[in-house]
Write a protein that binds this ligand. Structure first.
Ligand code: HSE
Length: 344
């Protein structure tokens, strides 16, 4: 007998659509192999429309509607026009999938959505870095008081299971340092500059390929990687950092001459996020580094991400995989739901 999970999606951009596509294709597998019956009971998007049906909305129809009309306004549904707040309160969902716009300064509006859902006794899955980087300890407390779970796999390396690996497998091995290429846009730009492209042209390409955030400043200034570094530090190193604790430098000052200098020395520029405990405290940085070709992160190219966990018992473990993308990040939500199911 499968367990029914009614999900409400707030924000129906790339990730929401990726998740819905996966559900359209993998519903049977998830049901039969994992015992989870996932039904989308509401979708709420500021621009594409807001629809709800407690019996479930057909994932295939949701995708067709977006492909045909660019929105959900022509789709038949029992309820329409709910705000995010009304969706969380009235949809009858037991999981909120929070995918609204990431604001790294306030975490809003996602932070309020997540608090409302947790206080309503709903589990939450989010790929939104803002609330996690800014308020995770508080959210974890609210979740625990309400006996519900928060899934955040998609906040770091999209569906590549970096957080599950750290949390479930490596924490007991003693994580002493984490280093990663945590932003695909900047890694792509640095690679293209190595191949001879101008910085601005490479940035425009990264935007066209959908790697960059809506406002790419967060990518190139290193703030996206810094938010991910905060998440890793707080989850795995018993720290309580905020973005202000990260010594952060982006890639916008890297010139073609810098790139040529590295190539002449057989080295690569990489934007690396590092967090490590020291005798006196901690180091937490995001900065461009010129790495030797034999560095574990030197060969990571394009928009691919990678993370190296340095542990007491196993030494270094490096995980390489996608860090962005519609399906790739949508899959992180599936991982969160499977984890919520396993731990329920
Ligand atoms: N803009 C981000 C990146 C997307 O380039 O990695 C995933 O957080």
């Amino acid at each position: 007998m499968s367990k029914l999970y009614k999900v409400a999606i707030i924000g129906f951009g790339n990730v929401g659509q990726g998740f819905t596509k996966i559900l359209a294709n993998k519903y049977e597998l998830l049901n039969e192999r994992f015992g989870v019956d996932i039904r989308i009971v509401a979708v709420c998007d500021l621009y594409k429309g807001s629809i709800a049906d407690p019996d479930g909305l057909d994932p295939t129809m949701l995708i067709s509607s977006i492909e045909l009309d660019g929105d959900l306004k022509n789709m038949d549904a029992k309820y329409t026009g709910w705000t995010a707040k009304e969706t969380i309160a009235n949809s009858g969902a037991n999981i909120l999938i929070e995918l609204a716009y990431t604001d790294l300064k306030t975490g809003e509006p996602a932070l309020s959505h997540v608090k409302q859902a947790l206080n309503n006794g709903m589990h939450v899955s989010m790929t939104n870095k803002g609330p996690v980087a800014l308020a995770f300890p508080e959210l974890r407390d609210i979740a625990s008081k309400n006996n519900v779970q928060i899934g955040i796999e998609g906040t770091v390396m999209s569906g590549t299971p970096s957080l599950h690996l750290g949390n479930e497998m490596l924490l007991a091995a003693g994580i002493i340092q984490i280093q990663g290429i945590l932003n695909g846009t900047t890694n792509y730009i640095l690679g293209e500059m190595e191949a001879g492209l101008d910085y601005q042209v490479a940035l425009i390409q990264a935007q066209a390929l959908g790697y960059a955030e809506a406002d790419p400043t967060g990518d190139v200034d290193g703030h996206d990687a810094a938010a991910k570094t905060v998440i890793l530090a707080n989850l795995f190193m018993d720290l309580e950092l905020t973005l202000a604790d990260i010594d952060c430098t982006g890639i916008s000052q890297i010139t073609s001459e810098d790139i040529a200098k590295a190539s002449a020395q057989n080295k690569h520029w990489k934007l690396i996020g590092t967090v490590a405990k020291t005798k006196t405290g901690f180091i937490a940085t995001v900065k461009p580094e010129m790495v030797n070709k034999d560095h574990p992160l030197a060969s990571i190219s394009g928009a691919t991400n990678a993370i190296t966990y340095s542990t007491e018992l196993l030494g270094d473990i490096t995980l390489i995989g996608p860090g962005a993308g519609r399906i790739e990040t949508g899959y992180a939500v599936i991982e969160d739901i499977l984890t919520i199911h396993k731990n329920s």
